[in-house]
Unconditional design. Structure first.
Length: 337
């Protein structure tokens, strides 16, 4: 019998499996899709996210970025990371690196579906598998979270994300965030000849429908070859608890605020390590406590910025950052740690 069954071979699931396998646990990952797996995301790995990957011995190829720049039609303000750089990494590149590390750690990855979950005093059974514990890393709209009755209704407006890659040399060594009335565009350098552009918006529509909201960005991208668009949303998801019985929610399945601050992968990788520790201690309830403690700062910062962006104060975000650069620098510093 497995010590840990992991549902999902995204970054959260594979990192969970690697931590558990290196701790001496027998681990199987169940995934329907062949790897490497792509998804709609900004692809900018913040410095604290890279620290989690370094701890796993994973150094994915990408393009460094040195900070965050906010722009609207007339203003620009930049904040540099006080320590190391972040890195723009294609999601498929990150997925491949994690698959290689999982194989090296002895993780078994099989194609399958989890299906209905049955919990017993000392085990979990699902999809023809049995394990002492189950880690649900099945994404933003986690079927396992819903099946276990852990979905919590979210308040406020809904937001969606759309990402495309453009074959053009990066023109900045920061992640640029362009602010418009109802959307933001995040430009992340991911290689010497490619940038990823992710648009977050409260209004559904195609990528090309939203790009004209950012005239200066649209002008830069004019003539550049663009790849296919990938979309995700609604983004905000919440759970009443990060565990139920012998099942623990990992990554986006555990709850997600927004992509505004790039906190998602850092929390996902941090939670992966916490799951392995909870299995070793046989204390899934402590996982929920530790997850909330680990993610608290990022969730609060992202929620505060999201609240401002959904209010009349949205129009003042870039002007305020320009007028109060020390405050903006401090916020970026907190997000980088």
């Amino acid at each position: 019998m497995n010590d840990l069954l992991v549902a999902g071979a995204g970054p959260a699931g594979l990192a969970t499996a690697i931590h558990a396998a290196r701790a001496g646990l027998q681990v199987t990952v169940v995934e329907r899709r062949p790897g490497p797996i792509d998804k709609a995301c900004g692809e900018g790995l913040m410095p604290h996210t890279l620290q989690h990957l370094d701890a796993l011995g994973i150094v994915p190829h990408g393009k460094p970025f040195r900070g965050i720049t906010y722009l609207d039609r007339t203003r620009r303000v930049e904040a540099r990371f006080p320590g190391g750089a972040g890195r723009g990494v294609r999601r498929t590149v990150l997925s491949a690196a994690l698959h290689d590390a999982a194989a090296t750690a002895g993780v078994r990855i099989v194609k399958g579906d989890i299906g209905e979950i049955a919990q017993y005093a000392t085990s979990v059974r699902c999809g023809g598998f049995e394990a002492r514990y189950l880690a649900a890393a099945d994404g933003l709209h986690s079927p396992i979270r819903r099946q276990l009755g852990l979905d919590r209704p979210t308040n406020g407006g809904r937001r969606w994300g759309i990402r495309r890659h453009f074959q053009i040399a990066p023109w900045a060594d920061t992640v640029e965030v362009y602010w418009a009335a109802h959307a933001e565009a995040y430009v992340t350098p991911v290689s010497d000849d490619c940038v990823g552009v992710a648009i977050l918006t409260s209004r559904q529509g195609k990528f090309d429908d939203h790009l004209p909201e950012f005239p200066s960005l649209a002008a830069r991208l004019d003539g550049a070859q663009g790849g296919p668009a990938r979309a995700a949303g609604p983004l905000r998801q919440s759970a009443v608890s990060q565990h139920r019985g012998r099942v623990m929610l990992v990554g986006d399945a555990a709850g997600y605020v927004d992509a505004l601050t790039g906190e998602g992968l850092g929390i996902a990788l941090g939670s992966a390590e916490l799951v392995a520790k909870a299995v070793l201690a046989e204390d899934p309830a402590d996982y929920t406590r530790q997850w909330r403690r680990m993610s608290r700062r990022y969730r609060l910062l992202t929620s505060a910025l999201l609240m401002a962006s959904n209010s009349p104060a949205r129009a003042m975000i870039v002007p305020a950052a320009t007028t109060l650069p020390r405050v903006f620098n401090q916020a970026v510093k907190l997000l980088a740690q």
